[in-house]
Design a protein around this ligand. Structure first.
Ligand SMILES: NC(=O)C1=CN([C@@H]2O[C@H](COP(=O)(O)OP(=O)(O)OC[C@H]3O[C@@H](n4cnc5c(N)ncnc54)[C@H](O)[C@@H]3O)[C@@H](O)[C@H]2O)C=CC1
Ligand SMILES: O=C(CO)COP(=O)(O)O
Length: 358
């Protein structure tokens, strides 16, 4: 493929990436390949070393097999990365966002833009990343927050494969700036002001990816998977609308786009966890065998609790919660879900009830 990166915007800036996992690394590779002066903060010494070592130039821990651009530098000094950056991409798994961002709270500058690329809902507080960030970062920066989500496997972005994502910010000016700074002919960014929709789409699809994985692990076939994706999108939409999202966002990249990718793509960690569960492995053994995070495992608890709290009907999410957190038998849960009271496919009352929660 011809490299046409950079035709869309000539502006180059300083980018800091907070988080040296697979997605943080792929995004840092993308930013550096565009010509942005990019430094990635990695928590682990060996990650920074392997990215910096001229003989390696690879994140051998989290994104093995993909050479990073020569210009990309890594550091274990998070404050130095913050000091360098005009735009900060935050790519920390949800459970660690608050603690990590608290350590740099006082180093952040009011003109910096912070783009969360994380997909999850916290347990206990049931906060989205947007809510965590508005709790943790200074108020002067709240207008500078943005969210990047959509169908984007790190390994494919690392190879420069065509990808489209959505950038959400309450400020259309901020969303447009991030869109311009990150778009290339291979990485197309759309934008929206529906922060809730983009965040909830990205978080909730992980729960459905677990469901599809379990179904595939049980050899329940293509019909079952398509049913899960479609009815899963219904649940995601009802719950997200109850939490303030626009329903149309759930039909976009951050909703349906990422749902289809993660429910069908073999690169998905959440789908893989589901497949292994469906084949009979224990959750603890699966998690212990992985370095990467599968956000859907914890988000399934948060999503189920939010649905209960808001009285939004989400039978698939409830079923996944039972399988993951209550050790329920997946076959029995499928049977129970399929035997619920029969109903119309589109039930306007359910949407109206969800919308009333806003
Ligand atoms: N990998 C992918 O293809 C994509 C991932 N995402 C999202 O990006 C976020 C980050 O995922 P990845 O970059 O893939 O990470 P990863 O799953 O490859 O690696 C785990 C990351 O967690 C970090 N970590 C572990 N313990 C920590 C602690 N106590 N404090 C701070 N950080 C800690 C590790 O340093 C590492 O960066 C997640 O929310 C994920 O859902 C979003 C789109 C694509
Ligand atoms: O969010 C993703 C792709 O858009 C990655 O999903 P997994 O975490 O399931 O690999």
């Amino acid at each position: 493929m011809t490299d046409t990166s950079g035709q869309l915007s000539k502006e180059r800036t300083n980018v800091g990436v907070i988080g040296g996992g697979a997605w943080g690394t792929a995004l840092a590779m993308h930013a550096a390949a565009m010509g942005h002066d990019t430094i990635i903060w990695a928590r682990e010494k060996e990650v920074a070393e392997s990215i910096n070592d001229p003989a390696v130039k690879e994140n051998t821990t989290y994104l093995q097999g993909y050479k990073v651009p020569e210009a990309l530098r890594a550091s274990n000094d998070i404050k130095a990365v913050v000091a360098h950056a005009e735009i900060l991409l935050m790519v920390i798994p949800t459970p660690f966002v608050a603690a990590t961002m608290s350590t740099i709270r006082d180093s952040l500058r009011p003109e910096q833009i912070i783009v969360s690329c994380t997909k999850g809902i916290l347990n206990d507080t049931l906060e989205t990343v947007n809510q965590i960030l508005t709790r943790v970062v200074p108020e002067t920066l709240h207008g500078q927050l943005a969210y990047l989500s959509g169908p984007s496997f790190a390994a494919e972005v690392a190879q420069g494969m065509p990808t489209a994502v959505t950038i959400a910010s309450k400020s259309d000016t901020v969303a447009a700036r991030v869109q311009l700074l990150l778009s290339t002919p291979r990485f197309r960014c759309y934008r929206t002001t529906d922060v809730e929709g983009v965040e909830l789409g990205g978080a909730l699809k992980n729960v459905l990816a677990l469901a599809c994985g379990i179904s595939d692990g049980l050899n329940f076939g293509c019909n079952g998977r398509a049913a899960l994706i479609t009815r899963g999108l219904s649940e995601m939409t009802r719950l997200a609308v109850a939490l303030g999202a626009h329903p149309l966002t759930m039909g976009g990249l951050a909703g349906m786009g990422d749902l289809v990718l993660t429910c069908t793509g073999d690169l998905s960690r959440n789908r893989t966890v589901g497949i292994r569960l469906g084949k009979g492995e224990k959750l603890k053994d699966i998690i212990d065998s992985m370095k990467a995070v599968a956000e859907g495992v914890l988000t399934s608890r948060s999503a189920h609790q939010l649905a209960q709290k808001l009285n939004v009907e989400c039978p698939i999410i409830a079923g996944i919660y039972k399988v993951i957190h209550e050790n329920a038998d997946a076959r029995a849960v499928v049977s129970e879900t399929m035997s619920r009271e029969l109903r119309a496919e589109v039930d306007p009352e359910l949407f109206e009830a969800a919308a009333r929660q806003r």
